[in-house]
Ligand binder design. Sequence first.
Ligand code: FIX
Ligand code: ZN
Length: 415
Amino acid sequence: MSAPIPKAKLAEIVRDVVRRTPVRDIHTHLYDPAFGPLLLWGIDELLVYHYLIAESFRYFDFPYEKFWAASKAQQANWIWQKLFIEHSPISEACRGILTTLNRLGLDVKKRDLPSLRKWFAGQNPSDYTTRCMELAGVESVCMTNSPFDEIERPIWEKGFARDGRFEAGLRIDPILVDWKNAAKTLAKWGYKVAATLNAKSIAEVRRFLEDWTRRIDPRYLMVSLTPDFRFPAKDDCARLISEAVIPHCREHGLPFALMLGVKRQVNPELRLAGDGEGRSDLQALQNLCAAYPENKFLVTVLSRENQHELCVLARKFRNLHIFGCWWFTNVPELINEMTRLRLELIGLSVTPQHSDARVVDQIIYKWDHSRAIIANALAAKYEDLAATGWQMTRAEIERDVKGLFGGEFQRFCGR
Ligand code: FIX
Ligand code: ZN
């Protein structure tokens, strides 16, 4: 354990440590099994993942409505046909399905969708979730919990026995990006808010945040924002952030998670698959970090062009923690680039990856693929150190990897 590792052995040991170290998946769209049908799993859900829907529409020649009117199984058949049979499944999202099936012990070379369906039909969601978490080496996942979701809200309100592996994340997009509509909904729920923000409405938003923080015990509050997000600004979003979200988070010691750079509904015909990305103005983030040193900001950005300046900001503000390779950056080429950039600019005080999984089986491939890249990036760094005469022990490597896979997140959050 404490013996120095020879340079020639470093890569092998790093890979082994990275493979064995359990990860805290700090942002997903998965649910505690108590949420029943909200927890998605199985081959059809894997195939109709919105990443694959976007890719298949590049080949489909029928109208969008025909796809949306079809059953899930039919949609999955079409996607399978176009992306796996008529073309080789080389995109990251396609390859991911094959990695998952392979790790589950299924034979991908048969290309037999009906028999895959049969196998999945024999699984039970709760045991299967445990199996996926074990195969992925994931010890806990953070959910995306929206009080504005009609199916989810009543489940929280009624209460249920929480599965400790599933942590909550309080999602507040409707309040920050569409105040006028959110105000109507909050009013319906008994909060005394007006469409035109005033001091009473702000106080009521704080009451709403209090209620939901008490109810779900979240790890953080979270929002995805468009590239035109500015702070400070004379708009509802900036005012709600400074007068409701920031004081709430500070009082409860909760980070505010910002996912920056999504352009919602670039092509609405594609529905959930219709969002795009754009470069954000990180001056807004700099202003937030500087104005509220007592607050913590967890941040990931969608545009490749923002990655370097985000790392530089993290060097300036210790209340900023960078996480994950989000969505369109979750491809090996960019995971590799971003991970190396982060290690070189901010060392180990980062959470290099989250899965953003929407279907539980996806955690297997998302973590398999990322672990391989993170291990290579880390091994290269240790080899550079070894070239100077510096020596590492296995225990030190384990400590570092533990930090990257959830320890640093926990330290940042203070819990
Ligand atoms: O805003 C988000 O949390 C995004 O991750 C999602 O909206 C997006 O649809 C997604 O699944 C990306 O991976
Ligand atoms: Zn997400």
